[in-house]
Design a protein around this ligand. Structure first.
Ligand code: MN
Length: 279
């Protein structure tokens, strides 16, 4: 276990990367869905699948080894071996009741409040989305919708500013929280206010604007570990087997200008259920 000083130093180095909210990447990545404190699965991925890695958010809460997971992915990030996107659990909105703050206090003692503030600042600095090889957009939750319910662009996400602790910005918030629905238009999300389910038309318009083919995301718990939505234009991967997710069949994805999902244990291409209605 790293010392308090080492953790605080690592967090400062993550913030110093200051890569912006939308990354433009080239090459082939191993993409990893929600981990939620599942350090054993993370280690399996790092041993058996090639770098560089693309982490799709939700490192902490629910599983009880979030500190180990988040420090390990941050270490890979500062070494240039991984890209670390923000999930909705990289926020005080979730960590106060979700388990991560309690875990810090249990493991680090009375300085946990101070250390959590360092995490909070660091989470607010993480990138929200990555464009890979001009064809695949990776993000945690989903395509954000503007006030007129048309999809926002990566250019708009790039320009987000202000206090991103929660994050307060509605587009940033939706990137972390939205899910696809098996519907044409959109619907309010049962997850709560300000969150939307986006349908086929939003996905189509988003891809037309950017000349992209696939949105790769995590966020939705799928027991089979993956799902295909909107004719394959949106793909979900889920990787955690910790805590409430112990029955998951974990998946990862290899990404170049397309996305191929693999079963983590069988190491074979996976068949993902189509247009699942998770709510
Ligand atoms: Mn999530």
């Amino acid at each position: 276990m790293a010392s308090v000083e080492e953790i605080v130093d690592l967090l400062a180095r993550v913030r110093a990367r200051g890569a912006g909210f939308v990354l433009r990447l080239e090459g082939r990545y191993t993409a990893v869905g929600d981990l939620h404190g599942d350090v054993d699965t993370l280690e399996k991925v790092l041993e058996e699948w090639p770098a560089p890695y693309l982490f799709l958010g939700d490192y902490v809460d629910r599983g009880n080894r979030g500190l180990e997971v988040v420090t390990q992915v941050f270490q890979l990030y500062v070494e240039g071996k991984a890209v670390v996107l923000r999930g909705n659990h990289e926020s005080p909105l979730m960590n106060i009741d979700g388990g991560f703050l309690d875990e810090l206090c249990e493991k680090l003692g009375r300085r946990c409040g101070y250390i959590y503030k360092e995490f909070e600042k660091t989470f607010a600095s993480l990138p929200l989305a990555a464009l890979l090889n001009g064809r695949v957009v990776a993000l945690h939750g989903g395509i954000p919708l503007r006030d007129d319910m048309s999809p926002a662009t990566l250019g708009e996400l790039e320009k987000i500013s202000g206090d991103l602790t929660t994050p307060q910005d509605p587009l940033a918030f939706q990137v972390l929280w939205n899910d696809p629905c098996p519907c044409d238009k959109y619907a309010p999300s049962p997850r709560g206010p300000g969150i939307w389910l986006f349908g086929r038309e939003a996905t189509k318009a988003f891809h037309r604007t950017h000349n992209t083919a696939t949105v790769l995301r995590g966020h939705t718990y799928i027991p089979q570990g993956c799902a295909s939505h909107h004719g394959g234009a949106v793909v979900t991967v889920f990787t955690s087997t910790a805590g409430p997710y112990r029955k998951t069949r974990p998946k990862i994805a290899l990404v170049d200008d397309a996305v191929q999902v693999y079963d983590l244990d069988a190491k074979k291409p996976a068949q993902c259920p189509e247009d699942v209605d998770v709510f």
